[in-house]
Design a protein around this ligand. Sequence first.
Ligand code: ARG
Length: 252
Amino acid sequence: MKKGILITGIIIVLIVLLLLVVLPGNKKSEEVIKVGSDAAFAPFEYVDAQTGELKGFDLDLMRAIGEELGIKVEIYNVAWDGIIPGLLGGNYNVIASGMTITEERKEVVNFTEPYINAGLVIVVRADDHSITTKDDLLGKKVAVQISSTGDFEATKIPGIAEVKRFNAPPDTFLELKNGGADAVIIDLAVAAEQIKATPGLYKMAAEPFTTEEYGFALRKNDTLLLEKINQTLITLKENGKYDEIYQEYFGE
Ligand code: ARG
């Protein structure tokens, strides 16, 4: 009889020990959201020149989402080309990188609800008067970031002499400055930021010629986190935090 009680006791202790080990381990996967971002796309994501910190609208928004959910956010600065394979391969759980929601991308990833509107513009040298519409790109060289919507659009415009593809958006502007390209096709807010940062060098040729929306991208099977992020986006819009971050990057 005594033996029976002892064995029951040992079994209970073992079960309790097992739960202590397993339960926190289970929770762990939820404790960090790993975010992949190509931080060369100010004001959405960039490396602060003074502090070396990763900054930008997308990143602050993701950090606010993590804070609201009580989950730590870790940001990885990765190359744009390969950012989706990196997500699918499990290097991170979320892409926050000014990524336009497109039908093609939706075949491989899930997007959250749109978190901001965007559109593409044509940027030219400040002293260039020959390009004012898309049609003026006939026979011209256009610089774009590889595999960006700017790349996809430029590739569709008939008569462009050459589409020059660069890994990092800042290199498209250098190419324009150096005369290796006649125009850059890039997202409006990024163009505006670059024009402001280097006065007298560049200007927009025209109004945006596409309407786009950015979403955070997740793996198809990661529907729980997707749902949580979508819910939190609503919360942050309601409680003013979204506006606060928006003002920081887009307010006057
Ligand atoms: N919005 C464009 C796209 O989705 C460009 C995004 C580039 N983002 C970046 N962080 N480099 O294709």
